[in-house]
Write a protein that binds this ligand. Sequence first.
Ligand SMILES: [Zn+2]
Length: 164
Amino acid sequence: MSQESFVIDLQALAKDGGRVHRTVPVESLGRLVESLLEPVGTVTFEFQGERDDEGKLYVDLQIQGDLVLQCQRCLEAMVWPCNVQNRLLLLRSGEELPENELENDAVDALEVEPLTDLLALVEDEVLLALPLVPRHENCEPPVKAGVDDEISPFAVLRQLRGKV
Ligand SMILES: [Zn+2]
């Protein structure tokens, strides 16, 4: 299977109210893979274009997929269900953000070139959404060999108390 190109004219998609819906292997997202414990599974994304009554161009973006991160507490694998939803206002390069959109938190402005790499955009959005310190809800730190050699401050405190 040849590598499908996801470089498209995003503004044209929005003008036509078009939609792109694809599922790609996680390993095709090279920058994201660097943040994962294992590059397994797939990511599904959808771009839904929209032109509003004022002629402004939007794309509603949805990304879903189970990503395997490393828990920072027990250091084991943890599956993080990625679920990104974003509404992007498309601006031509150099175009100012309309004033009434400045305070609209629900919309992110995106300056688009004539051609946009959808995969790169998906990757950017997922990277932004990744938890900074992924952790299972309930887990224990690994028991390291030789942990007895390290004297924890609490153990010292208990010893001191015992002497009093
Ligand atoms: Zn854990």
